[in-house]
Structure formats: C-alpha cells, structure tokens
Write a protein that binds this ligand. Structure first.
Ligand SMILES: O=P(O)(O)OC[C@H]1O[C@H](O[C@H]2O[C@H](CO)[C@@H](O)[C@H](O)[C@H]2O)[C@H](O)[C@@H](O)[C@@H]1O
Ligand code: UDP
Length: 783
C-alpha cells in the first residue's frame, strides 16, 4: 500500500495482520472472487496460486501457514494470549499434557511469526514501513529488526493490555515483551492499556518507563495511545442506499409497536453476552409494563468454534435465551431474538439505524467498533448507546453513552430503563457528542497518525542510536592486550564483578561472581598486568571477596587502597567530618526494612540504599520519600552530598568520587610495584553512577595532554598508613587505540564503549586471561 507522509513523500506501507481484509468465494474450479470486508476470513489452505493471484489485484499478499495454523491461532493466540490479555487468566486445566501442548503451541506461534517474516523479506524494499497488527504477531518486531534494523517497525495492539499482575503469570512473559519492544512505535487504544504495558515492562524486565515510552537497549521505544476508528462515511452512505432503506422499512414493520434493543457481538467470553441477558431479564422482571413492548435482537457471530471454551459459552448462552424467552415470551412475541450468525454489512446498517438502544456489555474489549458503527448509523433516530466501561470505546464515546459495569445486573437493567425513557433532547445532545467524535476520529486519521508517529519515533531513535557509544570491539581489546607490555585493568565491583541479577543471596550480600575465580587469578598472576578493583564498597567487603587474589583494592571510591598482600593505606583528608554517617544509618535501615528486597550498605564515608531488586514502582516511591527526608535537613550542615542513582540513593562525603582519586592510586601502584615501563594499555569498566563516570574521561585527558607522564604528585607512605610521596617517572604512555573504557548497561555514558551486562565483561576478562601467554590453564566460565 502506498502512503504519502507529512512531508509529501511516498512511502510503501506493509500492513501485516493475521487476517486478510477480504472474504473469498469460489467462482470456478480454480478461481476465487475476493471481496474487501472488515472481518474477512478464509481458509488459506485452498489453492495457493489462484488465491494469491486474486489477492495481488487487491494489493494483498497471503502468508500460507499450513500445518502450524491451528496450534498458532486456535492454540497459542486464542487459547493462551487472548484470555491473558482480557484478564481471564490462563486455562485452569494444568497438567503434564497441557503443559506439553502449550509448549507445542508456543513453538508454532514463533514459527508462524517467522513465516510472516519470510514473506515480508520477499517484498520489503529500503524505506518501507512495516506495521504489525495485534497479539498474533508479537515476535515479528524483533524478527524484523534482527533481519534489518533499518526497517521502520510499528506494532498496534487491538486488544486490551492487562495489568502486570495478570500478565506476569504468562510463562513466556519476558520474551514476548522484549520482542515487541524491538519496534520503534507501540500503540494501544487507551491510556489504561498503555499504562499497563509500560508498568509491566518496568516490573518484569526491570527497564525504565518514561513519559515517552520504555527505555530498552539504550533507546526509547515510543508508546502512544491512538484509538482506532471506522470509516464513518461508508456507514452514512450505506444507510441512504435504497435497498438498505427497504430493509429498514421491513424491520420497522416486523417490530412495529416495539422498542428495539440491539446487540452485535462475536460469541466470545469477553463480550459479556450472558451478563447482557441477565441484565435484560432483570429489567423484564422489574418492569412488567415493558414486556410486550420491547425486543432484544442479538447477532451472535460464531467465532473460534475450535476452541473448547467457546463451545461451552454457546451452550450457556442458549440455555439463558431459552429460560428468558420461556419466562417472558408469548405466542405472538419473544423478548430475545438470538441469532448464531453473521449478517451482511447492508443488513447490519439497517439494524443499527432502526434500533432504539444499542447494548454493549463487554467484560473487556480493546475498542468495540460496533459502538462506533451504531453511532454513525443513528443520524435519523438518535438512539441511545449503553456501553460497558470496560470496552476501550468507553473512553471515547463515554461522554454521550450511558456507561455501565456489565457485572452489575442492576446497573444494566436501570440503564435500559433510562435509555427507553430518555427524552428526545437528551438523546439528541448525547448523539451529537458521539457522532462528532466518530466523524473526526476515523480509521483513516488513525492510520495517518500512527504512521507519522512511527516516522517520527524512528528518526528520533536513529538520533539516539548515533549518540550511543559503540559496542565494545572485543577482538581489538584482546589483540591490543596481547601486544602491550604494561597493562592496567580497572574494574568496578557492584554490577561489574558481583553475582548476576536475581541470584543475590537472601541477605543481599555482595558477592564476587564465582565464574570469575580462575579468570581473575590468571589475570592477577600475570606480571605484565595490574588489576585494580575501584569500588564504592567498604574495606571489609572488598577484603572478603578478593582476599585470595594478588590484586589492588581501592575501597570507598579510592579513599582507601591496598595490595592484598599488604595493609590498607588511606588517602582521606585528615579533618573530614563524618559524624553524619552514624546518624543516618537508622534512616537507611528504616527504608530498607520497609522495602522488600532492598538493601543498604554503610561504609566509613558513605551510605547507599539500593532498590534494584525491589518492586521498581514501590522502590521509586520510597526513594522519593527518602530524598525528601534527606533534603529536609539532617545533613544540611554536613559536608555530605546526596546522589540519586538509577535504583539507589547515596549520601557520601563531599569529594569522595572515583575520578579525583585515580591519579593518587596510580602513583601509589607505580611506586609500590617499582614499575620501570609506563602503562601502555588501559581497560576500565564499571556499572558506575554518573558522577563517577569522570574516571573514563580522566584517561581521555591523559591521552590528549599527559600530566602523569612526567611527574605524579602523590601522597604516599605505607609506614604511616597514608599516601604522601612524589613519584617521578613516566606513569602513562597511553595511545588512543590502547584505551578501552566500557560502561555496563548505560544508554548515556562518558565511556567510549558499552556492553549490555556484566556477563559481557566477565566473558571478555576470560578471553584476556586466555590471551595471556604466561598462563596455561584457565577454565572457561559458563556465561
Ligand atoms: O476473529 P479473530 O481473528 O479471532 O479476532 C478477533 C477480532 O479481532 C479484532 O478485534 C479487535 O480489534 C478491534 C479493532 O481494533 C477492537 O474493537 C476489538 O475490541 C478487538 O477485539 C478484529 O478487528 C476483528 O475483526 C476480529 O474478529
Ligand atoms: O455480522 C456481523 C457482525 C459484525 N461485523 C463486524 O465485526 C466487527 C466487530 O468489531 P468489534 O471491534 O466490535 O469487535 P471484535 O469482534 O473485533 O472483537 C465490526 O466491524 C462489525 O461491523 C460483521 O462484519 N458482521
């Protein structure tokens, strides 16, 4: 499909959906006639060539899913995802066999998504837009970006997105979320669905949600609210067709003397048809005067007949119709006209136009187009729309409709009464409001808005990507390491060398990643390599974790330094006032006790409260409270500084940051090791706070205008446990290409390179250890 964007440029749009917008009719042995239709569906296993040919004329390309279709569509899409998305939970029969079935269905779902990708690959040209529709295609955004990350990818969810409490029961929850987050733009019908989605991402993936969307892999995936619409003019015109007017007249005659309430729904659990009948039954019960003056016409379009839950629903609904018609019917009239069928679009418009009330009782519904269509057809009659507050349309048409909670039969019954008795003026006013909305929020506008948002989101994301530091060039890091004579490796501890996320012990103790043991030993034993752990953590923690290695430890951001074979020396100014530390410990303990899975660490010069493993929303709210408390004054006279991290609140003595200390540390190391050759290679990596990232630029400025290369001023003396000495030698001889600063999991950083997680650093360290010619046996860590 061709599309002219806001700049007037022609772009090709590939709309990818589970359902083709056409219905097929066999017209000969090998020929098919196809008609555009909103709810079109046909069996794609029929003659492929004939169907493809006819579809090509309508600019449609089929995807032949063949044997995966049933498991993908009836199985995973409609048996698992549909109920979860509509707050109905996972199927209850859970045993060995059903789990096996779910796994097969999930595999079929992924396979079907790949088959869509294959067809897109055959048709995609540079610059085209790919718009993925609905829950059937949640893997497609990721597959598309893996194939070519320059494709503009959008994803629209037509159904609701559930609360995270429901979504998190889904076994494949993270994989699916990550996959849709690969899109440039994600959109929903309502703000509530968008809010649920962003919350779910923050809670399940631990990513950051912002005003614009979700921060994922160093860029923002934009999330917007764009409710779909209909083509109002098509309905308005249809109502004026002579054959439709004829049908209207027939219907009016058929129901003469009666008010008509209309229901048009697929026979789906989400549509609340039993609730509609129960509300109607209550109305008939309580309003005997209306019994022979009213009829409820319900078109119950058959759907997903292969799914067992839908078969059960049909039986339940039929029982209810039988009971109510049995109770209130007579020889000449039946209160409910229930039809298990679909009707053609002309007849549907005639029904919409002659009805007095439209009754929509969805228990949960993405939007509900039927309510828009009813409004479009009511220009003459000004009928009343009773609309479930749980349908997405409730947000847009709520102003003119009577909103109901379909679970509350009394409310439904009262709304029916109110609608039937509503004076013309009120009906007119309500209709005007809704008609205006339906006219101005058309499907065309929806499509146009989505595409301009997508173009915009893509351009912005390209800019973000350009600002993102480069991926670490592993081979280069290793090769240059092998060729260097005096290498320095500076590593953070928390989030760099600690055990990976989710495997922290109950006590939240910070522990060295066991995968690193052999690797670290090999690196530290190499005479050409100096390894420094530069951490905000205190001396005890570093001693506990690194005691067995020949390594340099810089605790409290460099305030204390030692080689593990020696004693700690301090670089702390003598008159530093640290009285506030003890005073604040109770405050940090208070927040830790009240925030499950948060922890705090106190050292001599700082306190840190960390909520990275707690519920993110709750953690953030608690962090705000803690900050407010701290800003209110307890440290206003102390020389301490409050810093907010991504998932932490830290108070530290002013000046205690990594960068100012690194010069002293280097001087001390050079002196102690009695280095004779300058350092010619630096690998520096950490999960640092922004304020500590100056350590990366420290080396950049050393490369540009070397200061340390002639004389390092350092306070150094191990005898009195404080650093106080001048070091005169060439400390650094660092070339641009031998410096590798690497931030972990940061979108914005002062480092030259980024890696996704500490796994990458662990992996790299292992490779450096192996590249080290003097070491013979290093076991490969399992990362
Ligand atoms: O019949 P299916 O292929 O199983 O799919 C069900 C329907 O899905 C789509 O409906 C949803 O989208 C509507 C428009 O955004 C929205 O109003 C509704 O609330 C959703 O359930 C599709 O548009 C229908 O044709 C399908 O029947
Ligand atoms: O006999 C029928 C009844 C309904 N529809 C169409 O099916 C769509 C139903 O959309 P809605 O958003 O209300 O619910 P969904 O079925 O998509 O969940 C509407 O466009 C109706 O015009 C139809 O084509 N034939």
């Amino acid at each position: 499909m061709a599309y002219d964007n806001v700049c007037g440029e022609r772009q090709t749009l590939l709309v990818v959906a589970n359902r083709l917008p056409a219905s097929a009719k066999r017209t000969g042995e090998h020929s098919w006639s196809l008609e555009m239709s909103p709810g079109g569906k046909f069996n794609l296993l029929v003659e492929k060539d004939a169907v493809s040919k006819s579809l090509a004329e309508m600019k449609c390309i089929p995807v032949f899913l063949n044997e995966v279709f049933d498991q993908y569509y009836n199985g995973y899409s409609n048996g698992i995802l549909w109920p979860i998305l509509h707050h109905m939970g996972l199927p209850q029969e859970y045993d060995h066999d059903t789990i096996k079935t779910f796994e097969t269905q999930y595999d079929a779902y992924k396979k079907a998504n790949r088959m869509f990708l294959d067809v897109i690959k055959e048709n995609y040209k540079d610059g085209d837009i790919v718009w993925c529709q609905d829950y059937h295609l949640m893997f497609l955004p990721q597959y598309l970006k893996e194939y070519n990350n320059k494709i503009k990818v959008g994803w629209f969810l037509h159904s609701p997105f559930p609360s995270s409490e429901i979504y998190k029961t889904l076994p494949s929850r993270s994989e699916l979320l990550r996959s849709v987050l690969a899109a440039d733009l994600i959109s929903f019908h309502t703000y509530d669905f968008a809010r649920h989605f962003v919350n779910t991402c923050t809670r399940i993936l631990g990513v950051e949600g912002t005003q614009e969307g979700v921060v994922y892999q160093g860029r923002v995936t934009r999330v917007v609210v764009l409710p779909m619409g209909i083509d109002p003019n098509r309905f308005i015109k249809t109502c004026k067709l002579p054959e439709v007017i004829q049908q209207m007249n027939e219907l009016k005659d058929r129901f003469s003397g009666k008010k008509v309430i209309l229901g048009v729904d697929r026979l789906d659990m989400i549509k609340g048809i039993p609730q509609k009948y129960l509300g109607f039954e209550k109305f008939l019960d309580e309003n005997p005067n209306w019994r022979d003056k009213i009829v409820l016409v319900q078109i119950a379009v058959p759907t997903r007949n292969e799914v067992p839950e839908y078969q059960k629903l049909k039986n339940q609904v039929h029982r209810l119709v039988g009971r109510i018609n049995g109770r209130f019917g007579s020889v000449s009239s039946l209160p409910i006209h229930h039809m298990d069928c679909s009707v053609d679009s002309n007849y549907l418009c005639a029904l919409y136009a002659i009805s007095d009330v439209m009754l929509v009782t969805s228990l949960r519904d993405g939007l509900n187009l039927v309510s828009h269509e009813f409004v479009a057809c009511q220009e003459a009659k000004r009928g009343v729309l009773i609309l479930s507050e749980f349908a997405g349309a409730g947000q847009s048409l709520g102003a003119g409709a009577l909103l109901v909670n379909p679970w509350n039969v009394t409310e439904v019954s009262s709304a029916i009464k109110k609608a039937l008795n509503m004076p013309y003026e009120e009906r007119e006013t309500r209709h005007r409001v809704n008609f205006k909305y339906v006219k101005t929020h058309s499907a065309e506008k929806w499509g146009f808005d989505f595409l301009s948002e997508l173009n915009d989101a893509f351009d912005e994301s390209e800019l973000q990507i350009r600002k993102i530091p480069h991926e670490l060039p592993q081979q280069d890091v290793i090769q240059r390491y092998s060729l260097s004579n005096n290498r320095l490796i500076i590593l953070g501890f928390y989030g760099t060398l600690t055990e990976p996320r989710n495997s922290l012990s109950k006590e939240m103790d910070l522990k060295l990643n066991p995968e690193l043991k052999e690797t670290l030993k090999a690196l530290c034993n190499d005479p050409k390599t100096t390894v420094v752990v530069l951490s905000r953590s205190g001396k005890n923690i570093l001693d506990k974790n690194f005691g067995e290695y020949k390594i340099w430890l810089a605790a409290e951001n460099g305030m204390f330094l030692k080689h593990t074979t020696e004693e700690w020396v301090t670089n702390m100014p003598q008159n530093m006032n640290l009285d506030w530390v003890d005073g604040l410990k109770n405050v940090f303990k208070y927040f830790t006790d009240r925030t499950p899975r948060s922890f705090f660490e106190a050292s001599k010069t700082s306190l840190v409260w960390n909520y990275e493993y707690a519920d993110v929303e709750f953690g953030r709210a608690q962090a705000r409270d803690l900050l407010q408390y701290l800003w209110a004054g307890p440290i206003s006279n102390a020389s301490a500084e409050v810093v907010r991290g991504k998932y932490s609140v830290e108070v530290h003595a002013i000046g205690v940051t990594k960068e100012p200390e690194i010069g002293h540390i280097l001087g001390e190391i050079v002196h102690k090791k009695a280095m004779t050759t300058p350092i010619d290679y630096v690998f520096c990596s950490g999960y640092f706070l922004e304020k500590d990232e100056d350590i990366y630029t420290f080396f950049e400025s050393e490369i540009l205008s070397p200061k340390l290369s002639h004389e390092t001023r350092s306070k150094s003396s191990s005898s009195n446990h404080s650093l106080e000495k001048k070091v005169s030698l060439n400390v650094l001889d660092l070339k641009q290409e031998n410096y590798f600063s690497t931030a972990i999991g940061q979108a914005r950083t002062k480092a030259r390179y980024v890696v996704d997680s500490s796994h990458n650093v662990v992996n790299l360290l292992h490779k450096l250890a192996v590249a080290n010619t003097t070491t013979t046996s290093v076991k490969k860590p399992n990362v």
